[in-house]
Design a protein around this ligand. Sequence first.
Ligand code: ATP
Length: 278
Amino acid sequence: MSTSLAVKIDHLTYTFPQQAAPALHDVSLEIPWHTRTLLVGCNGAGKSTILRLLSGKHLCLGGNILVNDHNPFSPLPLDGDAGDVVNCVYLGLEWAHMEIINRDVRVSELLDSIGFAHFEQRGRELLQILEVDTHWRMHMLSDGQKRRVQLVMGLLKPWRVLLLDEVTVDLDVIGRSRLLAFLEHETQRRRCSVLYATHIFDGLNSWPHRVLHLDRGRIVDSLALPADVQFTAARDAEVAENRDTAGHRDTKPTLTVPKSDSLHPLALHWLARDRDRT
Ligand SMILES: Nc1ncnc2c1ncn2[C@@H]1O[C@H](COP(=O)(O)OP(=O)(O)OP(=O)(O)O)[C@@H](O)[C@H]1O
């Protein structure tokens, strides 16, 4: 089915069982196809909760969520094209703690069990990008090597919407940079979109189309790149919110951000503001 949006969230409020306050308050969001969106926020801001709701891991009772026009809680396993496209893939940190992952099992066995042969060309590209050796035995791998295997497995089948929840945290810089380039290429060459929650901002300032800032369960900033952000030449400059001539903060201000290949100054600016609000 062809839709104009990858993700549509309307007035989503979500409260975990046994919690008094909602983890997400009245979140509305539209994510177009062929885009990459970055989620930025303090620990506990609600990034994982949004991604997990989009993946159908929690049931949404307040509001409405559509991922490629499907309710994520009753997803179709495969959709579109030759029937080989997964609607939504969520990759989070918990994978590395699964028992099977830490057993004496070869990477090739894991890949075969999820249909590597059927996606061989794509699989070989991912093995090369992430430098994974199919002879590796899982119980002998470092955390970063296990993460690479997780990514090869998770990205093997083409997806419509990819939800990355901090899974690049233990990749080395080359692996992370190649992965980001692969995802950029994916969103350019086929109808798909990526949402990526991270605390690592290096190498990201030309990667996302949109940067969303969450604070205590609300989206408090949403910037389109490059339209809403000017990167200054001076690396030691402060982040500045551009104001109108009367000095009022615009309802939708653009920002000036010190030039570096990192969105770290922007994240620091936002999170420091969140701390000031408490
Ligand atoms: N399983 C759970 N049960 C109860 N409350 C939860 C649960 N998971 C998260 N929360 C609460 O929901 C809020 C949002 O958590 P979430 O994991 O979405 O934050 P986050 O932005 O992903 O943080 P981090 O950067 O630390 O990963 C927090 O206040 C947290 O305490």
